[in-house]
Ligand binder design. Structure first.
Ligand code: 5GP
Ligand code: MN
Length: 330
């Protein structure tokens, strides 16, 4: 049985009565996930809570500048020394990753789920899900305000990064007047915007540029021109000595072509599964499209991981995308 939706006040109360908290985000962490975990964790330490921030996957190098990132533990979940689990930016427990995804079912833990995915209501004694929030970072901003915790420069940098990355630098339709009002407050706290954007977008590994070149060489289009896709194989990553995290953002190059409504990236993972990133421009609900293949996400950005033959998967997903975009396959 699912518990009813909580208010932010309920969440604040649950956090106040917690002693030791484990704060987690999702597998293959992105800017919203890491920025939100670090902002909340750092802020709760300020009010003398014991906090562990952790996740299964390594931190992409571009997020290495985030304040207190050295306190983010990578690997297996820590030993059983916390009474409360806070899951951020995870629509389903599976997104917490191996070892962590079983924690929400543990009876001895108070589980708090804070998220902004549509339909993310399946787990947590306390659940605060706001699909209007452009990033979980926006919800954390409001929560800290409600709890009367001062937003320091360190926390502000984390929240700015969370919000800037999940809105595509304030370009996506999720960006609201309230987004800019919150970000204005973060800038007032002293966030060095230009510096952060250099860190995020202009200090990439060289392999990242070579990977972009190679991925663009695989760019293909459906006959109708509404669907475009790129492919990154293991072999390509190996030949460039590039880590999986360097694929972040590549899918935007498939979407960013005139006439394309859906952009796809097929990325072969180390275990042989195919990770598919789906992006749409204005019309297609790619969350639904991803759900056809066991994934999820947002209407304009979603993903899934599929087992099977790359060419076959590609044909199936492209056909579904063409159909969703109202185009013709051939
Ligand atoms: P990305 O393509 O950047 O990995 O993911 C885009 C968005 O899709 C993420 O913010 C997340 O909401 C969602 N997403 C990605 N992969 C999965 C998946 O395997 N399952 C679900 N439920 N959502 C995913
Ligand atoms: Mn997010």
């Amino acid at each position: 049985m699912a518990y009813p939706m909580s208010s932010l006040e309920d969440i604040a109360r649950a956090i106040s009565s917690a002693k030791r908290l484990l704060i987690c985000g999702h597998i293959m962490p992105d800017g919203d996930c890491l920025g939100s975990v670090l902002a909340l964790g750092t802020a709760l330490e300020q009010i003398d809570k014991q906090v562990i921030m952790a996740g299964p996957d390594p931190v992409p190098q571009i997020y290495g500048f985030l304040p207190n990132i050295e306190n983010f533990r990578v690997g297996e979940p820590p030993e059983n020394s916390y009474d409360t689990l806070i899951a951020l930016d995870c629509s389903v427990p599976k997104r917490l990753g191996s070892g962590y995804c079983d924690l929400p079912a543990k009876d001895h833990l108070t589980v708090i789920n804070i998220d902004h995915h549509v339909g993310s209501d399946s787990f947590g004694r306390y659940r605060y899900i706001d699909p209007r929030a452009a990033a979980v970072g926006e919800i954390i901003f409001d929560l800290l305000e409600l709890m009367g915790i001062k937003i320091t420069l360190e926390t502000a940098i984390c929240l700015y990064t969370a919000i800037a990355t999940d809105t595509g630098s304030f370009q996506y339709e999720s960006t609201s007047p309230a987004t800019h009002r919150r970000v204005a407050r973060l800038l007032e706290a002293g966030v060095p915007v230009a510096r952060i954007n250099v860190n995020l977008y202009e200090e990439k590994a060289r392999a990242s540029s070579f990977l972009l070149g190679a991925a663009l060489n695989t760019l293909s289009f459906s006959a109708c021109g509404k669907v475009a896709w790129m492919t990154v194989t293991r072999e390509l990553l190996r030949s460039l000595d590039a880590g999986d995290e360097l694929t972040e953002g590549l899918v935007n190059y498939a979407r960013g072509v005139r006439g394309v409504e859906v952009g796809l990236l097929f990325h072969e993972l180390a275990d042989g599964r195919i990770k598919i990133s789906l992006r749409s421009k204005e019309a297609v609900d790619v969350r639904r499209l991803a759900a056809l293949f066991g994934g999820g996400g947002h209407p304009r950005a979603s993903g899934c991981e599929v087992t099977g033959d790359l060419a076959k998967i590609q044909a199936e997903v492209v056909a579904a995308a063409v159909s969703a975009a109202g185009g013709e396959a051939h």
